[in-house]
Design a protein around this ligand. Structure first.
Ligand code: PMP
Ligand code: GLN
Length: 380
């Protein structure tokens, strides 16, 4: 067997969605909403298709979208950006790939906090880098200065920082942001900041982009995704925001990944980034209600649910719920026998995986949540 078969496994999201389809299970595994995309943005996309924006876009993105992303971040987060600082990509996945390929060289170490989104480690390795895992410990999942400092070496080149954090649903606080920022500055590191969940904030929380901290603007590549902001995950329109030098470097890598992304979808996303602010709070309110419904449903059938106040994921502690199976075995049984797909957290770490937890997506209609909870009751 080719050695990369082991190193680059099938993504847990693909694995669980295929299993859900095969067994007719409720899919609470891969993260995507089954409601809630604004109809106006669909009309904008349809208009752009019919009006003829169907040939290659400029590689770095349509100017109208690059300007809209820069203005959106100025308005929401006070970031000082212009179109120069933006490179449009095919989803945040490609933004991550472009950022890593643009900055990581053979032998460079890259810090990832685990549980870590599953794309980071394989991408670092394919760029010739060495992933160095720093484990966040449940149930607090806090960034600890001592653990981060212990992971730094003379070969450390970059930190991938994901805030709000998938899969734990944590929004890191100002102290944790300051810790990451100070260590990045002290060691002259690049920060690849995966902020795709920046608008999915529950319980009235406020988001601070790490690029706004002292010394970070010039060393941060911020990844964003319209899939998350507008509940349109299949569109795969994302972007990088960075200093014009880093944005240009990443844009050069992006030329050889996809070159450009669908222009009609880019113009619809530009409309949303400019005119869609009023959609955000109702979306958060709807996700909060969904989180509460899923949490109380799961608790009523005996599961220990960890708190989640951002993203549309929550974690269940199987051990604390009295389930003796590990996460992978539970996930297999749940999808094949009980009719619900979930994601085992051990898929998000190699060194020190939390293997007694699962992640569920709550961005679902009431009936989907209720069917998922009923199946979870049968999976125990
Ligand atoms: N990073 C994180 C933390 C994510 O959760 C996701 C998608 N769930 C992505 C990146 C990828 O985003 P996209 O679908 O825009 O490629
Ligand atoms: N980001 C989504 C999640 O965390 C899945 C994206 C994908 O399927 N690659 O579930």
């Amino acid at each position: 067997m080719h050695p990369l078969y082991e190193q680059m496994a099938t993504s847990v999201f693909e694995r669980m969605s295929l299993a859900a389809a095969k067994h007719g299970a409720v899919n609470l595994g891969q993260g995507f909403p089954d409601f809630g995309w604004p109809p106006e943005i669909l009309d904008a996309a349809a208009g752009a298709v019919v009006e003829g924006s169907n040939q290659y876009a400029p590689s770095r993105g349509l100017p109208v979208l690059r300007e809209a992303v820069a203005a959106h971040y100025a308005r929401h987060h006070g970031l000082d950006l212009s179109a120069e600082n933006i490179c449009v990509t095919s989803g945040a996945t490609e933004a991550l790939a472009a950022a890593i390929l643009a900055t990581v060289e053979v032998g460079d170490e890259v810090i990832v906090f685990t549980p870590a989104y599953d794309a980071y480690v394989p991408l670092i390795r394919r760029a010739g880098g060495i992933p160095v895992e720093v484990a966040l410990q449940p149930p607090g999942w806090r960034v600890e200065r001592a653990a981060l400092e212990a992971a730094i070496s003379p070969k450390t080149r970059a930190i991938i920082f994901n805030n709000p954090h998938n899969p734990t649903g944590r929004l890191f606080d100002q102290d944790e942001l300051a810790t990451v920022a100070q260590i990045a500055v002290a060691n002259d590191l690049i920060v690849i900041s995966d902020e795709v969940w920046e608008h999915i904030l529950l319980d009235g929380q406020r988001f601070t982009p790490i690029a706004s901290l002292a010394g970070l603007a010039e060393r941060t590549l911020k990844c964003g995704s319209a899939g998350k902001i507008f509940s349109l995950t299949g569109w795969k329109i994302g972007w990088l925001a960075a200093s014009s030098e880093l944005a240009t470097l990443a844009a050069r890598a992006h030329q050889f990944l996809t070159f450009a992304s669908a222009p009609n979808l880019q113009s619809a996303v530009a409309y949303g980034m400019n005119d869609g602010d009023a959609w955000l709070q109702p979306m958060r309110d709807r996700f909060s209600r969904a989180r509460d419904r899923m949490t109380s449903g799961l608790e009523a059938v005996g599961y220990a649910v960890l708190p989640s106040a951002s993203t549309y994921f929550l974690c269940v502690d199987l051990a604390a719920s009295g389930v003796s199976l590990d996460d992978e075995a539970f996930a297999q049984r749940a999808v094949t026998e009980a009719g619900v797909a979930v994601v085992p957290l051990s898929a998000f770490a190699e060194q020190d995986p939390a293997n007694h937890m699962i992640r569920l997506c709550f961005a679902k209609r009431d009936e989907t949540i209720d069917a998922g909870v009923e199946a979870m009751a049968n999976a125990r």
